[in-house]
Design a protein around this ligand. Structure first.
Ligand code: CP
Ligand code: NVA
Length: 330
């Protein structure tokens, strides 16, 4: 039976079957080929989408904008300062208005309940561009990248080093469970994923053959590992005062040469970006001045080394986001 996601929202990968996820990856691969060969694909000509960003973004915003324009659509961008949402107009009222004007809504912000309510009240497909809990469009790009490296992702061990209960780590646990991979959360126990999400993933894993591991030992995380994945130690929306505590907790989970040497020789390094791998950012420099760290979650040599795939991931954001918009709007 053919798969159709027409009219569906894309809020978390928990809502999608393994076959539906593989269908989106297949579409993304096709869109990547079309982009590379310069084959026009204005399949959604005449449609209009709106992008709501309550947090900053480079990759996600550009992927939605370029992807939508390649598909022939019009795009409106609203950041938190430039709409009435939440200040003079309720979320429900805003969603109803946007649903009358647009064909799809992208939302990046804080609570997962906001993106769910937008979908509930707008009546049109809503795509989660990152919330405090999940980052599902990132996952499609990440798995496409793993697939490009290893072909069949099943049985591959992906270890997330660091703040293992942030939006990216949560979403990796979900997608690895759905696709029969080995997911390992490697970090201090107090930053492991919430038990309720682990339970959901264990149930999925029982059906797909996926395996879930949790450890506070970086060597165990790296052992037999195919993909070493890390993310920023303090996510958007978390207070700056937490830096000192996070650095103390997470320093031993930094992805560096010594750690990567303990993984399989064929292992790759992945990062959703942005990354603190040097002092060439205002935050990176401030952290160096305050704590003396040249890099945080990944060292510069790994980031610039032969195993690094973060810029392939970044490119794949666009191809996969295009697949999501096409599949849900066509
Ligand atoms: N990875 C990612 O979502 O990047 P942006 O914050 O730049 O969108
Ligand atoms: N965990 C990070 C991901 C950024 C793409 C954050 O939420 O800031």
């Amino acid at each position: 039976m053919g798969i159709s996601l027409s009219g569906r929202s894309f809020l978390t990968l928990l809502d999608f079957t393994p076959d539906e996820i593989r269908y989106l990856l297949g579409l993304a691969d096709e869109f990547k080929r079309m982009k590379r060969t310069g084959t026009p694909h204005r399949y959604l000509e005449g449609k209009q989408i709106v992008l709501l960003f309550e947090k900053t973004s480079t990759r996600t915003r550009c992927s939605f904008e370029v992807g939508a324009k390649d598909l022939g659509m019009g795009v409106t961008f609203l950041d938190s300062g430039s709409s009435q949402m939440g200040k003079k107009e309720s979320l429900a009222d805003t969603a109803k208005v946007l649903g009358r004007m647009f064909d799809g809504i992208e939302y990046r912000g804080y609570k997962q309940s906001v993106v769910e309510d937008l979908a509930k009240y707008s009546g049109i497909p809503v795509w989660n561009g990152l919330t405090d809990d999940f980052h599902p469009t990132q996952m499609l790009a990440d798995i496409l990248t793993v697939q490009e490296e290893f072909h069949d992702v099943r049985g591959r061990k992906l270890t997330f080093f660091g703040d293992s209960r942030n939006n990216v780590a949560n979403s990796l646990m979900v997608v690895c469970s759905k696709l029969g991979m080995r997911f390992c959360a490697c970090g201090p126990k107090e930053l492991w994923p919430e038990e309720s999400l682990i339970e959901k993933c264990r149930k999925i894993a029982a059906e797909t053959g996926a395996e879930l591991e949790f450890t506070d030992d970086p060597s165990l995380g790296a052992k037999d590992c195919d993909v070493l994945y890390t993310d920023i130690w303090l996510s958007m929306g978390e207070p700056d005062e937490l830096w000192a505590k996070r650095i103390e907790l997470l320093q031993k989970y930094q992805v560096n040469k010594e750690l990567i040497a303990q993984a399989k020789p064929t292992a790759i390094f992945m990062h959703c970006l942005p990354a603190f791998h040097d002092r060439n950012t205002t935050v990176g420099e401030r952290i160096y001045q305050t704590f003396g760290l040249e890099a945080m979650e990944v060292t510069d040599d790994v980031f610039l080394g032969p195993q690094a795939r973060q810029f392939d991931q970044a490119e794949n954001r666009m191809h996969t986001i295009k697949a999501v918009m096409y599949a849900t709007l066509k």
